[in-house]
Write a protein that binds this ligand. Structure first.
Ligand SMILES: Nc1ncnc2c1ncn2[C@@H]1O[C@H](COP(=O)(O)OP(=O)(O)OP(=O)(O)O)[C@@H](O)[C@H]1O
Ligand SMILES: [Mg+2]
Length: 500
């Protein structure tokens, strides 16, 4: 077929102890968007890193328009027009947007000095195309994760590549940012460029992709036109079986209030009062920037409060740092697993035990190695973390499996109140279900859970009560039986609640 630009054939990749890919095929067609789907750890990112020369393949062949090619680094793959937006952000925080976009490829003037004017002008043009208002001279560290993701996207666009690989580009984007990205993707397609699109949000696949390639456990399952599939079919291909009820809500009789928040004020949130009972899941909905994460971080002692009271198990607590929060039985699992979730350079075992080292040390302050190992084994089993073992470094796990480590790390502290910020972001459908099951198990044991989420179905499917935030305030608190998507949306955008 002449419209195939790139053909990957029989690609196998063996890491020490793991066969990440086992004779996988992938076609990339001119002017088409190919979705690459599979559960966490299926091998999607690895396949794309082989295509871009980040990893060397163990065996197999890559053809560009019928001719065999091989790359030993990203520069070489860029040279023939392949760009990649990696799943993990690779920006340098203290440099500006423009400097990051053109890092290592800065335009120079006749005196061979960096042409800053051109650099910022070109960066500005690309950012505008993506609908970003920030000046290209802004430091990357000042941007939200979503905006940083947009800078990564801008960087790939600036390469003017023929093939663009997007590895979970929308994970941290707002709906508006996602729309801008989709508009640009459609423009790129019109221009005849090809895209490989990786996402765990199946809705997006049906919205923009033309074809779908499915991997499972490092194996090639098949290639299908998107029109031949529906969501259930895709899930079945990915998971290898039909999935039961996606949101396994359980009802518990809630106990006493474990967390009480009374008229809490900070520069970022205003007049917050609510409670979470033992054995209750309270979902926090709201648009990006409505103060959900700020509320969580205030409770966790990252941001100071200016007034108000927080009680845990009926006792007032004065939490001024995350350490004090954990000590008082309140744990927060960040939406950004890199910034304050997991330590990528440590093993699963070390990560899981990190937050409970105190509990593990005996009287003499020695760590109980056996307990530490048992906890890690336990986490790997109960969360189905796909790994070669407890000693594997977290940075070598797939994105979704890193998320599970981040969760187990926090759960190991056995908190009374657990705050989960976007707990299933970047997590595949099967693993999502596992995370919900774990939440339910802790709910049954009487833990109080706060779940911040931008996924309405998840909020509606798992919460007992839903708290909606708008501009730093609580716009409403609704029982799940009374809630629907429209009602939550109205509250989130600041419209008065419709009469019940
Ligand atoms: N550098 C590495 N060293 C060892 N094992 C690795 C390395 N990179 C990936 N793996 C393993 O290869 C397998 C495939 O991982 P990969 O990151 O490709 O999955 P993925 O499909 O992108 O998953 P996700 O949806 O979670 O991002 C996993 O078992 C992972 O642990
Ligand atoms: Mg990946």
């Amino acid at each position: 077929m002449s419209n195939i630009i790139i053909q990957m054939r029989g690609i196998t990749k063996i890491f020490p102890g793991v066969k990440a890919l086992d004779s996988v095929n992938l076609n990339i067609y001119k002017g088409k968007i190919m979705a690459l789907l599979g559960e966490n750890g299926a091998g999607k990112s690895t396949l794309m890193k082989i295509l871009t020369g980040v990893y060397e393949k163990t065996s197999g062949e890559i053809q560009l328009e019928g001719k065999a090619v091989s790359f030993s680094n990203t520069r070489e793959s860029q040279g023939i027009g392949i760009a990649i937006i990696h799943q993990e952000l690779n920006l340098i925080p203290h440099l500006s947007i423009g400097e990051n976009i053109f890092l290592g490829r800065e335009p120079v003037n006749r005196l061979r000095k960096i042409d800053w004017q051109k650099l910022y002008k070109d960066a500005g043009t690309i950012m505008k195309r993506l609908g970003i208002a920030e000046s290209p001279e802004t430091q990357v560290s000042e941007l939200s994760i979503g905006k940083q993701q947009m800078v990564e996207i801008a960087k790939a666009l600036s390469l003017d590549a023929q093939v663009i690989i997007m590895d979970e580009p929308t994970g941290a984007l707002t709906e508006k940012e996602t729309e801008s990205l989709f508009r640009v993707i459609r423009e790129l397609k019109e221009e005849g460029r090809s895209i490989v699109y990786i996402s765990h949000r199946l809705k997006e696949i049906f919205e923009i992709c033309d074809d779908v390639t499915v991997l499972r456990d490092g194996q090639f399952i098949g290639e299908y036109p998107v029109g031949d599939l529906d969501e259930d079919k895709v899930i079945e291909l990915m998971v290898g079986r039909k999935l039961s009820e996606q949101f396994p809500r359980i009802s518990c009789r809630p106990g006493k209030a474990a967390l009480e928040v009374r008229n809490l004020n900070s520069p970022l949130v205003k007049e917050i009062s609510f409670e979470v009972k033992q054995g209750e899941i309270v979902g926090i909905a709201g648009l990006m920037g409505s103060g959900r994460t700020e509320l969580a971080r205030t409770l966790y002692g990252i941001y100071g409060k200016s007034s108000g009271e927080i009680l845990i198990d009926g006792k007032p607590v004065d939490i001024k740092s995350p350490g004090q929060a954990i000590w008082n039985g309140l744990v927060y699992v960040s939406e950004d697993r890199k910034a304050n979730g997991v330590v990528l350079g440590l093993s699963i075992k070390e990560n899981v035990s990190l937050s409970v080292l105190q509990r593990l040390s005996g009287l003499l302050g020695k760590i109980d190695m056996r307990k530490e190992a048992a906890m890690a084994e336990d986490a790997i089993r109960s969360m189905s973390i796909r790994t070669s073992g407890p000693m594997q470094q977290v940075k070598n796990l797939s994105g979704g499996n890193q998320q599970k480590v981040s969760l187990s790390k926090s759960l190991a502290a056995k908190p009374k109140v657990l705050i989960l910020d976007e707990p299933t972001r970047g997590v595949d459908v099967g693993a999502k279900k596992e995370i919900y099951d774990i939440m339910n198990q802790f709910k049954k044991e009487g833990m109080s859970i706060i779940m911040i989420s931008s996924e309405m179905p998840e909020i509606l499917g798992m919460s007992d009560r839903i708290l909606v935030m708008h501009e730093g305030r609580i716009a409403g608190i609704i029982d799940y039986q009374d809630a629907d998507q429209e009602k939550l949306m109205r509250l989130a955008i600041g419209k008065k609640e419709v009469a019940l």
